[in-house]
Ligand binder design. Structure first.
Ligand SMILES: Cc1cc2nc3c(=O)[nH]c(=O)nc-3n(C[C@H](O)[C@H](O)[C@H](O)COP(=O)(O)OP(=O)(O)OC[C@H]3O[C@@H](n4cnc5c(N)ncnc54)[C@H](O)[C@@H]3O)c2cc1C
Length: 395
């Protein structure tokens, strides 16, 4: 049997691999996605599940990231209305809260500006008489509650919906199938993966490494060797508690170190996250640490009397994911969340790697990937535009 040929082969069925598969198929290319376990089995089911502009990125001056994220948020609300919903966000300000109301309002004004003063960027404060509607939030020392909007999704469902969209445009999926190696030729790549008992070889013009925290090990299996950016892995944990908050998403400061933490309604319960713990083990082994759970419980207890007696025994679900951040000495919290792309060569790349990035930015990142590899791909008639393709909630 002859070797199958693709324009693009993508390794990794997280949101980035899904997005690149869809973008390639929409541009008219033949494309294959190889995923070792299940769609969104890695980071893309363990995020905070927000499609957001990233209010706090204003503090580190990442304005273009915020502008692009707000644009992507607006596109999601249009093309993925079954999967992404705008939610009220509340920031309670106490006497000892570090970020003061004027700072928050200045930030939200910038947020609205970067979002083109769209209706979804309106913000204000919750009147004191309405504080009682805020899930019993602690009111001792409370000075103001700032209110704005951002969007929430189900990250794993979104990933599956994007892959479904790609498959409907004739893309292929090999799953479960593990990428094991690639050989670079003059103008293409021979890719090897293992599916069941079979070792399969196919060829591609371009191999896209979208393996998230596994991307360095995928890159290491390419011959001749390709260089990739230095990255650090930083673990983030979430816990689910059986007491429900329902009014909206609370954006609070950890009483321990001032980091911003989300307290969110999630399937009739409450999701609290996240932490930032440097990680150096194998990506498969990441799991919530007891001290991370204690930290998140302490945040919940501090702000919500309903959680006052919550202990680790009450946790009904816990999960940890790995951020891929550019290697640096700065605290993880302050490091760039921009997507980093790297290629094996400047002209006509044969390999492109995606590192870092955000769930929110998957579509824009995928469009950039297609731009960067287009010189390596044959001209094909475009089938669709990804900012128009409607994403349906998978069954
Ligand atoms: C704690 C936390 C909270 C976050 N919260 C948000 C948020 O609220 N909003 C937001 O916009 N972003 C958020 N992010 C960022 C976002 O989750 C990630 O940027 C995104 O999920 C990364 O997706 P990915 O496709 O690059 O990687 P992954 O989802 O990890 O996908 C990589 C895939 O590659 C597969 N794979 C690995 N090796 C192989 C191989 N050899 N063969 C085949 N397949 C392989 C894995 O099985 C996996 O499915 C958060 C991240 C973390 C860690």
């Amino acid at each position: 049997m002859g070797m199958k040929h693709y324009d693009v082969v993508v390794v990794g069925g997280g949101i980035h691999g899904a997005g690149v598969l869809q973008a390639a198929a929409a541009a008219g290319h033949s494309a294959l996605l190889i995923e070792q376990r299940a769609l969104a089995s890695g980071t893309s089911s363990r995020s905070s599940k927000l499609i957001h502009g990233g209010l706090r990125y204003l503090e580190s001056g990442q304005f273009s990231l915020v502008r692009e994220s707000l644009r992507e948020r607006a596109i999601h609300l249009k093309i993925a209305a079954e999967l992404v919903a705008l939610k009220p966000f509340f920031i309670p300000v106490y006497r000892d809260t570090r970020r003061r109301p004027w700072q928050l309002k200045l930030g939200l004004f910038l947020y609205a500006l970067l979002g083109g003063f769209d209706a979804s960027t309106r913000f204000g404060t919750v009147a004191r008489r309405d504080w009682s509607s805020l899930d019993g939030i602690e009111t001792r020392g409370l000075q103001a509650v700032v209110r704005y909007h951002d969007a929430q999704t189900d990250d794993a469902l979104l990933t599956r919906a994007v892959v479904e969209s790609a498959l409907s445009l004739d893309a292929d999926l090999a799953m479960p199938a593990g990428f094991t190696g690639a050989k670079l030729g003059e103008d293409g790549v021979t890719v090897t993966y293992v599916q069941g008992a079979e070792t399969v070889e196919c060829s591609a013009r371009v191999l896209v490494n979208a393996a998230g925290p596994w991307a360095p090990s995928v890159a290491a299996a390419i011959r001749p060797a390709v260089s990739i950016p230095d990255v650090d892995l930083v673990q983030g944990t979430h816990i689910v508690l059986p007491f429900a908050v329902s009014a909206g998403i609370y954006y609070v400061e950890s009483p321990m170190d001032g980091r911003a933490v989300f307290v969110m309604p999630w399937h009739g319960a409450t999701l609290i996250g996240t932490t930032e713990t440097p990680y150096s083990g194998a990506p498969d082994r990441v799991h919530p640490l007891p001290e991370e759970e204690e930290y998140l419980l302490a945040v919940g207890r501090h702000y919500f009397p309903a959680f006052r007696h919550a202990t680790r025994q009450h946790i009904t679900q816990r999960f940890a994911g790995l951020r891929v951040l550019p290697a640096a000495n700065a605290a993880a919290f302050d490091r760039s969340r921009e997507t980093i792309f790297s290629t094996d060569r400047e002209a006509k790349p044969r390999v492109l790697g995606i590192f870092g990035g955000k769930l929110t930015g998957w579509r824009a990142a995928a469009a950039q990937v297609l731009d960067r590899i287009s010189s390596s791909l044959p001209a094909r008639p475009r089938r669709a535009a990804t900012d128009q393709l409607i994403l349906r909630r998978p069954p």
